[in-house]
Design a protein around this ligand. Structure first.
Ligand code: SAM
Length: 197
């Protein structure tokens, strides 16, 4: 580990946002999962969450396709597994996160409305089924990227990027990237893990 490399690790960790995360609910295409994790790295998500797809290809979390398409981002954004989306939503809420479900419902609001400077988890759904009604119901808010085309939905990784960069925009404006959001002990612990995996 060169001093330059270690300095870069500290620089990146000093911008990590422990209060911003995603929960991927059965996102089953590895390239989508990888693209989302790569965006998470870009906006400073410290840790992501996922419920593996039904019929499970759990290996895809660490498997070849995931690694190939995430461009090594998976090394810098660990993905914590959960067995069930509703339970995961409740756990994250208990940790203080407001869970925003990307879901078209009566109560959906434009994705630019929420305050992303608060602890926020963006809940993303499976390509085929979207976010389940139960998970959307358990969430604090339902959000949507307005669509004016012939096609009803975006690719899940595109929706994730759109929303996460809005979160980044708000957090930049609020100065949340200007000083470390991790305390010194946590920052050192993460740095050690990244430097000596
Ligand atoms: N048939 C599914 C449905 O009815 O929800 C479509 C799922 S879409 C291909 C996959 C995921 O991408 C969604 O669950 C959501 O997380 C995200 N997504 C797609 N379009 C979106 C939009 N316009 N606003 C917010 N999220 C969107």
């Amino acid at each position: 580990m060169t001093p330059e490399r270690y300095a870069k690790i500290l620089r990146v960790l000093s911008r990590r946002q422990p209060t911003l995360t995603v929960l991927m609910d059965e996102v089953n295409k590895p390239h989508n999962l990888s693209a989302i994790v790569r965006t998470c790295d870009a906006v400073g998500v410290l840790q992501a969450h996922a419920v593996p797809p039904r019929g499970g290809r759990l290996a895809d979390f660490e498997g070849h396709t995931f690694e190939a398409t995430s461009g090594s981002a998976h090394k810098w954004v660990p993905v914590q597994r959960h067995e069930n989306a509703v339970q995961a939503v409740r756990e994250l809420q208990a940790q203080g996160f407001s869970v925003l479900a990307t879901h078209l419902s009566q109560r959906s609001v434009d994705y630019r409305e929420p305050d992303y400077t608060r602890p926020t988890c963006v809940l993303l759904g499976a390509e085929k089924w979207g976010v389940s009604d139960e998970a959307a119901e358990a969430a604090d808010l339902n959000i949507v990227v307005p669509m004016f085309g012939m096609v009803q939905s975006l690719n899940v990784s595109v929706a994730a990027a759109t929303i996460l960069f809005e979160a980044q925009r708000q957090r930049l404006a609020a100065g949340l990237y200007d000083s470390p959001q991790l305390d010194q002990a946590a920052l050192r612990a993460w740095a050690f893990e990244w430097a000596y995996p």
